[in-house]
Design a binder for this molecule. Structure first.
Ligand code: HXC
Length: 257
């Protein structure tokens, strides 16, 4: 597929999506969001892709939704546009998504980062929700996902101030997994992705599903869900192979099925 605002590649079993509007710090216009969603859905259905990696070309991950595109919008137009339905699709991707953030991840850019399952960042990365300074607020999950990560007290402080947090702060609050010098960020992210890609794919998938239930559901409901996924894995060839290999004291040969 030919995309206008992103670049898509595959290196072995890693699907790579690069945001590609570097002149405007990868400001996310609506077509770009559609392209991200479309490419992720294709990768999700492509058996040869095991892990998706997302990062930005140029100086930044993404400095927010494209302000020029929405400056004249009115509420009815936004309601009818229903643009956030596409963002919901991102939350339904079953394969692991790892984001690598350098430079700015602001507003919609931060929201896109928060959709990733794991986040690696460069030491100079800056995260924030400056929407308040434009007299608006996050609309693609920012108030919800940040609050689930930090708790309401800290989340309100960041959302009301509009200030940017450093990678160090983001790491301390569990928003990102790891920090690296910028020169090795992508390389380290890909290294991590390759390792994850070699794990039994169905376990990776069902663990992701179950963990997000912990975010959304009560403990009781989440555990019912976990139990179903646990049982379901015993229908896979990989489960038979994994346990047989253990008993036979050899390395397993996983097929992803
Ligand atoms: C459109 C943007 C942009 C954005 C940067 N640019 N962010 N264009 N939308 N969100 C453009 C600038 O206009 C400029 O274009 C070029 O990118 C380089 O940016 P500079 O401002 O010159 O760079 P710098 O001085 O380094 O400042 C970087 C910055 C600043 C601090 C990140 O660009 C900034 O404050 N950007 C806006 C951040 C923001 O408010 N984001 C939230 C948007 S609201 P020219 O043509 O002048 O070179 C939002 C709502 C989400 O995200 C709703 C759900 C999707």
């Amino acid at each position: 597929t030919n995309y206008e605002y992103i670049q898509v590649d595959q290196e072995e079993s890693i699907g790579i999506i690069r945001l590609n509007r570097p002149k405007v710090l990868n400001a996310l216009n609506r077509k770009m969001v559609s392209e991200i969603v479309q490419s992720m859905r294709e990768m999700d259905r492509n058996d040869s892709v095991r892990v998706i990696v997302l990062y930005g070309n140029g100086k930044s991950f993404a400095a927010g939704a494209d302000i020029t595109e929405m400056a004249q919008d009115d509420s009815i137009h936004l309601e009818l546009l229903n643009q956030f339905a596409e963002w919901d699709d991102l939350a339904h991707i079953k394969k692991p998504i790892i984001g690598a953030v350098h430079g700015f991840a602001l507003g919609g850019g931060f929201e896109l980062a928060l959709v990733c399952d794991l986040l690696f960042a460069s030491e100079d990365a800056k995260f924030g929700f400056p929407e308040i300074n434009l007299a608006v607020m996050p609309g693609a999950g920012g108030t919800q996902r940040l609050t689930k990560l930090m708790g309401k007290t800290k989340a309100l402080e960041w959302l009301w101030s509009g200030e940017m947090m450093t990678a160090e702060t983001a790491e301390a609050w569990g928003i990102i997994n790891r920090r690296y010098p910028q020169e090795i960020l992508v390389e380290e992210t890909l290294k991590y992705a390759r390792n994850l890609a070699n794990k039994p794919a169905l376990s990776v998938r069902f663990i992701k599903e179950a963990v997000y239930k912990a975010v959304d559901y009560s403990l009781y409901e989440g555990m019912q869900y976990e139990r179903k996924n646990f049982s379901l894995l015993f229908s896979s060839d990989d489960q038979k192979e994994g346990m047989k290999a253990f008993v036979e004291k050899r390395k397993p040969n996983f097929k992803g099925r």
